[in-house]
Design a protein around this ligand. Structure first.
Ligand code: CUA
Length: 305
């Protein structure tokens, strides 16, 4: 797999260098081994084994050479690693939030624009990702850029890259984080200058129908982490068949899932906790989502019958 960042090319070189050394010594050692086996094999019953007491010169040679080689590999690795851990001062920041099981991207430089499981960067621009997890350990990996960093709940971690080619690249979670770990994927789109201009100047939600906007928010605002769209039970009730459902909260009040109920549940999720689920799991979205966005989510939920 080819790489499209300068840093990625350096990582490949370090790896090729180490593998070349390993292949050289593997072949050399085995060649000598086979030669000795043939050259000094027992030729008759009367062959005597010579007694060797040790050889200081040999001991020093086969200790010093591998040690020096280790230092060379270590030094080369550290030099590249240092570049990897030192983002350029002018890098563009993007915030990344990992959750079970998805990625949320927000752009502080674009009025806090939010994307879910997909993000966009300009080509030939250093980008720094400032990352945090809202639940368990995850790890953010862009294989084609040869860069990876753990995403953890207790502190911010970061990684940076500068893509030299436009295109679409895969992002994986590489820290086992539960049932849907393998589905915790995202796409990175590296845009040309003109495409980036269009992306940043336009309203990314323009032209979306309420249902489409709702579906987008369902992913980008991480509803999908706790509310499935296929009827399976996660931390919260599934959205499938939610609209129109009747039931009871834990305090005995009955509800019918109409527009008011759904809007209330988004804004104040702990007011009515559905039987069978635990309260206090979801943050209140009061003030976080506009009325238009809540209506879009309701429109999307209505389609999940
Ligand atoms: Cu997140 Cu694995």
């Amino acid at each position: 797999m080819s790489t499209v960042t300068e840093l990625g090319a350096h990582v490949d070189k370090v790896q090729a260098f180490i593998i070349a050394i390993m292949i050289f010594w593997f072949v050399a050692c085995n060649a000598v081994l086979i030669y000795f086996m043939l050259r000094y094999r027992r030729r008759s019953k009367h062959d005597k084994v010579s007694t060797i007491k040790g050889n200081h010169t040999l001991e020093i040679v086969w200790t010093v050479i591998p040690t020096l080689l280790c230092f060379v590999m270590f030094y080369y690795g550290v030099v590249v690693w240092k570049d990897m851990r030192t983002p350029p001062e002018d890098a563009m920041d993007i915030n990344v939030r990992g959750y079970k099981w998805g990625w949320e991207f927000s752009y502080p430089e674009l009025d806090g624009r939010i994307e879910g499981n997909v993000f966009y960067v300009p080509v030939n621009t250093p980008v720094r990702l400032v990352m945090k997890s809202s639940d368990v350990l995850h790890s953010f990996f862009i294989p084609e850029f040869r860069t990876k960093e753990d995403v953890i709940p207790s502190m911010y971690t970061y990684l940076w890259f500068e893509a030299k080619e436009t295109g679409t690249y895969n992002v994986f979670c590489t820290e086992y984080c539960g049932r849907n770990h393998s589905a915790m994927l995202a796409k990175l789109h590296v845009l040309s200058e003109e495409e980036w201009e269009a992306y940043t100047s336009g309203d990314p939600n323009e032209g979306l129908s309420p249902t489409e906007l709702g579906q987008k928010l369902y992913v980008s605002r991480a509803c999908s982490g706790c509310h499935s769209s296929d009827g399976s039970a996660l931390i919260g009730p599934s959205f499938k068949g939610l609209y129109g459902r009747e039931g009871q909260g834990q305090d005995g009040t009955s509800y019918k899932a109409d527009e008011n109920y759904i809007a209330e549940s988004i804004k104040y999720p702990n007011k009515l906790v559905v039987t069978g689920f635990q309260g206090g799991q979801m943050p209140a979205y009061e003030g976080q989502l506009s009325d238009k966005e809540i209506e879009a989510l309701i429109a999307y939920i209505k389609t999940l019958q």
